[in-house]
Design a binder for this molecule. Structure first.
Ligand code: SF4
Ligand code: SF4
Length: 195
């Protein structure tokens, strides 16, 4: 472990990381990046938090800083707004690239190699489960399962009064409504799982 965080420890670099990313759906063009920074200039998340810098994340990935990139909370910050997508002169397709890096992080966490420092994958999973069950997002259940998984029962109880206020104002629903095409949606999930 290096004492100075600004110094890169070359012995920890994984030169195969960029090839791993480029074989993922959406990660194919990572090696095209020539570090112009246009993506950063168009990124709305960067204007709020300069810690999220897509150019830097790509540079670190190209250098082989696998552990640092995959353990970084910033790889989950992309809002998928596509503002950078059209601007990139090298067609790196950053929006999809961020998804590819996030998929690798989930795989590596499953294999016990890293620890993801974000609650976003858990909340994403709660959202996807809701779509699968009802064909649409049942926010009440998504929020409850997301908060339970990330903050536990104590965290959930701290939101009870806000939750009831939202239910009273009909900002949240009491019961889920299933879409008529639920069978078709189930078919889409099965096809994805087969892949
Ligand atoms: S705009 Fe494209 S080429 Fe420029 S730094 Fe971003 S990803 Fe790299
Ligand atoms: S898609 Fe992601 S990286 Fe690109 S501009 Fe939007 S938030 Fe930033």
């Amino acid at each position: 472990m290096l004492e100075n965080p600004d110094v890169i420890d070359a012995s920890n670099l994984d030169p195969t990381f960029k090839y791993d990313i480029s074989t993922q759906l959406g990660g194919e063009n990572i090696k095209r990046c020539f570090q112009c920074g246009t993506c950063v200039a168009s990124c709305p998340i960067w204007t709020i938090d300069e810690g999220f810098n897509p150019r830097k994340i790509i540079r670190m990935a190209l250098l082989g800083m696998k552990e640092e990139v995959l353990s970084s909370e910033f790889i989950w910050f992309c809002s998928r707004c596509y503002a950078c997508y059209e601007q990139c002169p090298q067609d790196v397709r950053i929006t999809e690239l961020m998804g590819a890096i996030a998929s690798i992080a989930e795989r590596e966490e499953k294999d016990g190699n890293i620890k993801i420092r974000s609650t976003k994958p858990i909340l994403d999973k709660a959202f996807v489960n809701s779509i699968r069950k009802y064909g649409r997002n049942f926010e009440t259940e998504t929020i409850i399962s997301g908060v339970l998984a990330t903050k536990g029962i104590k965290g959930l109880l701290s939101y009870v009064s806000d939750g009831f206020a939202m239910l009273r104002k009909r900002k949240l629903g009491f019961r889920p409504e299933k879409v008529k095409e639920l069978g078709q949606i189930g078919g889409i999930f099965e096809a994805l799982e087969e892949k």
